[in-house]
Every structure is written in C-alpha cells, then in structure tokens.
Write a protein that binds this ligand. Structure first.
Ligand code: GRF
Length: 211
C-alpha cells in the first residue's frame, strides 16, 4: 500500500451488523484511510447485508450449511476476500469459529470485536456473566485473531461503568455504544500504519508514518 491508497477491508458478519454500520460510516468520511470492499455473511437474512448494500458495498452470502467442513467454508471465504484484494478482515458479529488454516492465512490481518474487557469473559453471554460476577466496569475489546477463541494481541479497549439496576440488555446497549466508537478508531490505527505486533501485544506509534 502506498501513502495515497486506502486500506482495503473485508468484513465478516452473521446478523444485525451495527458494528459494520459504524465501520461503513467511518469509511464514508473523506479523510478516513480505509474502505470496505466486500462484506461476507454466512446467513442470507443478516440485516448487515442491507446496510452494506445501502452503502454501495459488495456483499456475498456463503451459507455455512452448504459446506461439509469448516475448512471448505473458510476456503470459499478466503477466495472471495483474495479476489477482492482485501488487506484486512474485520469480524463484526460473525458467529462462526474459524479454522487454524484461516487464522494462519490472515495472520495479523484479521481482527475481531468482543463485547467484554478481555481476557475477562471470553465466549458468549458476556453481559449476563459480567453482572453475575459483580464487576463495576465492563466494556469491549478489539483484538487480532489467534487460534484460541477471543484471544490474541489487544489493539484497543473501551470501558463502561456497570450501573445499579443494570440488566443484561441495558449493559449490552452501553457496551454497544462503546463498540461503535472503538472499532472505527482501531481500524484507523491499522490503516494509518501505526500498529506493530510484538509477540503477544500491540505497540501503537504516536503519529502516522504515512505522508
Ligand atoms: C457485538 O456485540 C460484537 O461485540 C459481538 O457481536 C455483536 C455483534 O453486533 N462480537 P452487531 O452485529 O455488530 O450489531
């Protein structure tokens, strides 16, 4: 990529696509250094597909049930992203486990957003579990994807308070608002070439090395 090109981004979704929307909105800004070139969903009825189409972004449905193995599914997804010449894949509410081969193929070019302050509350039902644990702070994490689920170098986190009377839904809504700010910020950092992965952690350069 040279200094004038925008980072080419692919997004993987399964549903609502509100994080995809936040990324689309950011990419619609004239000075944003990334563009979304392809959105892939494993579900034909994912609401996020309509969001991408409204933004004029190409979409593809790869129904996972059509494939006999995870490897076969991931190979089709990889081929589509390769054809679209993506530099980075953002997982945004993608409800499939990816294979080790997929993680290796896109190593350091595959990120995910998780609705908890990792390494706390990996997995599902994070808001219920945060309330049950009695934490006073909860939040979200954007991280590079590695072989373990919800693991990998942390690119950014945003914390929100847990308030008296919170329900899983009210807490989820507060976290989601933070997600919608965090994910575009993290994408910008990568697109500006400011992110270096050093072992298990991420170093962020102070300012953009790009002109
Ligand atoms: C978000 O909470 C995200 O952190 C998690 O799945 C949810 C997806 O929501 N991985 P949306 O589809 O982006 O609205």
């Amino acid at each position: 990529m040279n200094g004038t090109e925008r980072l080419r981004v692919g997004v993987l979704i399964s549903g609502r696509g509100s994080n995809l929307q936040a990324l689309l909105d950011a990419c619609a800004e004239a000075d944003f250094p990334a563009e979304i070139v392809l959105v892939i969903s494993n579900k034909a009825d994912a609401q996020g597909l309509a969001r991408a189409e409204s933004a004029g972004v190409a979409t593809k449905v790869v129904p996972h049930l059509d494939y006999a193995s995870r490897e076969a599914f991931d190979a089709v997804v990889t081929a589509a992203f390769e054809a679209a010449e993506v530099d980075l894949i953002c997982m945004a509410g993608f409800l499939r486990l990816v294979t080790q081969g997929f993680v290796n193929r896109w190593r350091d070019r595959l990120i995910n957003i998780h609705p908890a302050l990792l390494p706390a509350f990996k997995g599902l039902d994070t808001h219920e579990r945060a309330l049950a644990a009695g934490v006073t702070e909860h939040g979200c994490t954007v991280h590079f994807v590695r072989h373990e689920m919800d693991d990998g170098p942390i690119l950014g986190q945003a914390a929100v308070p847990v308030l008296p009377g919170d329900t899983p839904d009210s807490l989820a809504a507060r976290v989601l608002e933070a997600e919608h700010k965090l994910y575009p910020q993290c994408l910008r950092l990568i697109a500006e070439g400011r992110v270096k992965i050093r072992g298990d952690s991420v170093a962020i350069a102070e300012s953009s090395p790009r002109p």
